[in-house]
Design a protein around this ligand. Sequence first.
Ligand SMILES: Cc1cc2nc3c(=O)[nH]c(=O)nc-3n(C[C@H](O)[C@H](O)[C@H](O)COP(=O)(O)O)c2cc1C
Length: 334
Amino acid sequence: MSSDHTNSIKNNHKLSIAPMMDFTDKHFRMIMRQISSKALLYTEMIVAQSLIYTKEKEKFLDYNNEEHPISIQFGGDNPEILQEAAKMAQDWGYDEINFNVGCPSPRVCSGNFGASLMKDPEKVAKCIESLKNSCNLPVTIKHRIGVDKDDSFISLNNFVRSIANSGADRFTVHARKAILKGLNPKQNRTIPPLKYDLVKKLKKSNPELLIEINGGFTNIDESLLALNDFDGVMIGRSVYKHPLRWSEIDKKVYGINTKPKSASDIIFSLIPYIDKHLTEGGNSWDICKHLINLVQGIPKAKIWRNQISTKSISKELDIEYLLKLTSMLKEMGY
Ligand SMILES: Cc1cc2nc3c(=O)[nH]c(=O)nc-3n(C[C@H](O)[C@H](O)[C@H](O)COP(=O)(O)O)c2cc1C
């Protein structure tokens, strides 16, 4: 990999929006793209094997042009299957492939992939090599600081170095270990403590590697501080729950002189997109379920939220009504 390429990854992706199953679908990503023109967006995890065997590939792979830069996340443990998946990702125009070695879900781990793969660095290295050899895209990895009792710095460092040798272009480290037996995925995102210092030490020991920190960031200022120590910051739950809290990403993280959009600005800019979705027979709730959080914490917007949820769920929401509700929001100053 040329240093030019490495630098372009570094410069472009200081902040990313985490992959989150059932949340970061293409509609949510479109909303996030209205909030930041620059943040790297991730798909939900796609199980490589399911992608290879499904007849409905576009259901897994489809995204909107506006979503670039976008990274497709794969889960899997079979290098041959990952090879096929990587070719599809490239043909479909994704900007990057991310390999998931951080998911602690029992369903995922029982297939021996996700976080349990951290116990088998050789296999992870083969998977990364296979992804790299079958496409020209950057291949990155998302992992934990360790699994079960094995969360020492030495293990983490050995893991990262061996994966770096197989060609991984960036490491996103969720600064918690995963406990595979006894904690469910939700508990695995809260109970194991965040150990940023371990990841800092990892970056200090491997200054040539691109290391992105993930886990527990709740606002832009915290993220900017983290950028003093890391090459990037990945944000998950906070962005989903409080999207507008992140409306200054372009300005503060990327130095772009733009005015942050209000909730109504964002919805108005999405009207053609929502209209197209409805015209093609899509359900308004697919998109509106993500819009709800744009008005979280706004006192008088309760009516807006109730109306949009009730009408969407009962399939009575049309674009005129959405325009009317959004104008109401704008009149209230949001
Ligand atoms: C509902 C939900 C689904 C998630 N799905 C994925 C996933 O598909 N792939 C993945 O690598 N991580 C997944 N994660 C983990 C997040 O990407 C992230 O690592 C984690 O939430 C910690 O970051 P945060 O504290 O900023 O939320 C998921 C998290 C949540 C809350």
